[in-house]
Design a binder for this molecule. Structure first.
Ligand SMILES: NC(=O)c1ccc[n+]([C@@H]2O[C@H](COP(=O)([O-])OP(=O)(O)OC[C@H]3O[C@@H](n4cnc5c(N)ncnc54)[C@H](O)[C@@H]3O)[C@@H](O)[C@H]2O)c1
Length: 248
C-alpha cells in the first residue's frame, strides 16, 4: 500500500502504459485521475479503480489542461504524482511529413508534457514527496528508420525533464522512462500492418532487444511506479531505459 493517501494524475490513462500505471497505482492504495482524449475509455478504466475519476482532455489544449488540473486538485485535495503518457506514433520518410503533422507530434508529446508539468507543479508543492515521470522512448537516444519526428519529440521530453528536475529540486523529483517496444493500443495496429497479426508482430518487433520479445504494459508500469514512489527518493533527473536491453 505504498501509495495510500497519494493521488496520481495520468495522461493517456485510457490505454496501454497509462492505464497499466493507473491500475498499479490504485492497486497499491492510491487514487487516480485518468485523463485522456478518449473520455469513454478513460471512464471505463477509472470505473475499474477504487475512487478514481476520468476526464476527457486533449493534452495539447492549454486552457483545457489548466481546467483539468484545477478540477483534479479540487476533487482530491492534492496531486502527488504525475505520469505523462499521452501520445501517438507516426512513421515514414521525412519528405512525406507536412509541417502541420510535425507540429502535432511536438505539440502533443512535448507541449502536453510541458503543460501538465507547469499546471501541476504549484499543486504538488503543497505537500512533500511530489514525483513526475515523463515518457520518452528508445527513439530519444537511438536512431530508428523513419522515426525522426517521433524521436525528436521524445528527445525533447528527455531534455525538458532533466532541466525541470534541476529547477524543481529538492521538493519534487522528475524522471524519464524510455520504454522499448511494448504491446499497447499504439503498437498492436503497427504489428498487424507490419507482420499480419499481433502474434507475428510480437516476434518481429521483439528481435531488436536482448530479451527477444516485446514487453507487456505491466513491465513498464512497475518501474514507473517505483520512480513515483518513496522507494526512489534519491532518484531524480535520470533516464531509466526499460527496453529489454535494446540500448545496451
Ligand atoms: N508502446 C510502446 O512500444 C511505446 C514505446 C516507447 C514509448 N511509448 C510511449 O508511451 C506513451 C503511451 O503509449 P502507449 O503505447 O500506451 O499507447 P496507447 O495508444 O495504448 O495509449 C496512448 C493514449 O494516449 C491518448 N492520447 C493520444 N493523444 C492524446 C492527446 N492529444 N490528449 C490526450 N490523450 C491523448 C490515447 O487516446 C491513448 O489512450 C506514448 O507517449 C508513447 O509514445 C510507447
Amino acid at each position: 500500500m505504498r501509495f495510500e493517501g497519494k493521488v496520481l494524475l495520468v495522461t493517456g490513462g485510457a490505454s496501454g502504459l497509462g492505464a497499466a500505471v493507473g491500475r498499479r497505482f490504485a492497486a497499491d492504495g492510491g487514487r487516480v485521475a485518468v485523463v485522456d482524449l478518449d473520455e469513454q475509455r478513460a471512464r471505463a478504466v477509472a470505473g475499474e479503480l477504487d475512487g478514481a475519476i476520468a476526464m476527457g482532455v486533449d493534452v495539447s489544449a492549454e486552457d483545457a489542461v489548466g481546467r483539468c488540473v484545477a478540477a483534479v486538485a479540487e476533487h482530491f485535495g492534492s496531486i502527488d504524482c504525475l505520469f505523462n503518457a499521452a501520445g501517438h506514433a507516426e512513421f515514414g520518410p521525412i519528405e512525406e511529413w507536412s509541417f502541420e503533422r510535425w507540429q502535432r507530434m511536438m505539440t502533443v508529446h512535448v507541449g502536453g508534457t510541458f503543460l501538465f508539468c507547469r499546471e501541476v507543479l504549484p499543486v504538488m508543492r503543497k505537500r512533500p514527496g511530489g514525483a513526475i515521470v515523463n515518457v520518452a522512448s528508445v527513439a530519444a537516444v537511438k536512431a530508428q528508420s523513419g522515426n525522426a519526428p517521433y524521436g525528436a519529440a521524445k528527445g525533447a521530453i528527455l531534455a525538458f525533464s532533466r532541466q525541470l528536475a534541476r529547477d524543481v529540486a529538492p521538493e519534487i523529483r522528475v524522471n524519464t522512462v524510455a520504454p522499448g517496444r511494448t504491446r499497447t493500443g499504439m503498437t498492436e495496429p503497427l504489428m498487424i500492418k507490419r507482420a499480419g497479426s499481433v502474434e507475428q508482430g510480437m516476434t518481429v518487433f521483439g528481435q531488436g532487444n536482448l530479451q527477444k520479445r516485446v514487453a507487456e504494459p505491466e513491465e513498464i508500469a512497475a518501474p514507473v511506479c517505483f520512480l513515483l514512489s518513496a522507494e526512489a527518493s534519491f532518484i531524480t533527473g535520470t533516464l531509466l531505459a526499460v527496453d529489454g536491453g535494446e540500448t545496451a
